[in-house]
Design a protein around this ligand. Sequence first.
Ligand SMILES: [Zn+2]
Ligand SMILES: [Zn+2]
Length: 267
Amino acid sequence: MTNQITRCDCHLHTDNSFDSETPAQRQVARARELGIEYIALTDHCDILEWSDANIARSNAQAMELNAKYDDITVLRGLELGEPLQDMDETARVLGLCEYDFVLCSLHNIRGEEDFYYLHPDRAQAADLVRRYFEELLEMVQWNEFDSLAHLTYPLRYITERDGVPVDMSSYQPVIDEILAMLAANGKALEINTSGLRNPNGFLLPTVEYVKRFRELGGTYITLGSDAHTPEHMAVGMAEGIAAAKEAGFTAATVFVNRQPMELPFEK
Ligand SMILES: [Zn+2]
Ligand SMILES: [Zn+2]
């Protein structure tokens, strides 16, 4: 059976992440129920606070579950957060295991807490978001990853949760630089559907940025629900795929042994 909604979900957490209690086996069971062909377990490695044991365990479980079933490929992923904030630790985690897929993200900018914990007013938000995109650009220049996670992450909390508006137009030049460099480096942009689970939610990023990535030469997009529980798996994928198609992409990409492999969308 082929799932009509999505063939892949490349952003999932298990109890090897600090913020999930879901055993990897349950994520895989849910994916098989949905007929998803490829999933990546992308447990958190926030570089200032991570555990060797959890990352090694996530990696081993992905391999074990991948070997167990014929109808699904379970990829050894990693959500590498804030890699530039401790380059020695970043080198260490990248050398700790072999990965299929390294998803790069920025949850907290230098000297600040995760956006999850921040409740800025409008002026503070403008400054934080500017610093966010500046650090994101540095990460993209660093380039040691496969896909860039949730490009507009701060909006998940500032706008979607707290209702504080952010004038995104002032960041367009730096966002263009980020997207153009990702494209030139042959890296993927993630369409993260987790925002849709918020009351006034939207895709991270919205279709306008997916289109811009395409215009600037982008080739690959990855799809991720960022599910921390089985019931959130693949939620919002129809919207994510619609955005990708509207932007001109004809396939979602999964990474196997750090190499892109395209899964064409149904017409
Ligand atoms: Zn994340
Ligand atoms: Zn995540």
